[in-house]
Design a protein around this ligand. Structure first.
Ligand SMILES: [Zn+2]
Length: 281
């Protein structure tokens, strides 16, 4: 899901700046870990230049950035907190919505489904559904509270629409977009530290992007599994998640590249079926 979130000029620099400043402050308190990550990245410069991303040294560089992001994540999430995410969400919505978006009847239908999911899996977070004008199967989240849907999502069988909503709500609950941004910011901060060596700085930027993509692929598995649990609690069959993923894939060929931010359909279906088996003990 998150099918092609649109490019937008309605940037939210306030939240990004907060995230960047917090990331930099936390990194500054871990000089030894930063030096180790830089040294690990340095070993992979030649292979990154050759775009040879599957080699052990490149994978070690990607992992070093992810480890560093993991070490500071809790601290940064408490500063760039949920309230800030929600405020960012509202600023984005104001800049993004057109008068023709959110037709009342469709918006009410989407929100009613979301309310049903939230009723059976309560949390502090209230997700606002925004229905975009025009036909599409797009679904993505921005900031802390908004889930944007193309109108075609509401024409799917109800349980499949609910599956998309549950998957996207899981991204919001787990703060996935912000965690991915922290990983990106770690890469950028390391690249800045390596500015004296342009080839190293360029390699680190690439490694940072690959690290973020690898984190995002894991987040998709988590959102599928959590979303399937939410569906079940709301009285829908968890198989609706499998069905809607298969529907969205359509007859497009499966491809898998290190830069992809989504795993392949077969890997997602496999992960869902093993999480079902794990649930059943
Ligand atoms: Zn997703």
């Amino acid at each position: 899901m998150d099918l092609s979130p649109p490019a937008t000029t309605a940037e939210a620099p306030r939240f990004r700046n907060l995230l960047r400043a917090s990331t930099q402050a936390h990194l500054a308190s871990l000089p030894a870990a930063v030096a180790l990550a830089l040294a690990t990245c340095e070993r992979s410069v030649a292979e990154v230049e050759l775009r040879d991303f599957e080699t052990p040294v490149v994978q070690a560089g990607i992992q070093a950035i992810r480890d560093l992001a993991g070490q500071i994540a809790a601290g940064v999430l408490s500063e760039a907190n949920r309230a800030e995410e929600v405020a960012e969400s509202r600023r984005f919505r104001e800049g993004f919505l057109l008068p023709t978006d959110n037709p009342p009847e469709l918006a009410a239908r989407g929100q009613a489904l979301m309310d049903r999911l939230e009723g059976s899996s309560p949390s502090q977070l209230k997700t606002k559904v925004v229905v975009l004008d025009g036909p599409s199967l797009m679904a993505f989240v921005r900031g802390g509270e908004n889930l944007y849907l193309g109108q075609d999502v509401l024409d799917l069988p109800e349980e499949e629409t609910a599956a998309i909503l549950a998957h996207e709500r899981a991204h919001l609950l787990e703060r996935h977009p912000t965690l991915a941004s922290i990983c990106t910011e770690v890469g950028l901060a390391l690249a800045t530290q390596a500015a004296g060596s342009p080839p190293l700085a360029a390699a680190i930027k690439k490694l940072g992007a690959l690290a973020t993509a690898s984190l995002q692929r894991e987040q998709e598995f988590q959102a599928d599994a959590l979303g399937a649990e939410m569906l079940e609690r709301a009285g829908y069959p968890r198989s609706a998640m499998t069905r809607v993923l298969t529907r969205l894939q359509g007859d497009r060929a499966e491809t898998s590249r290190p830069t992809d931010d989504h795993p392949t359909l077969s890997r997602r279906l496999e992960a869902l079926s093993s999480s079902t088996r794990a649930d059943k003990g």
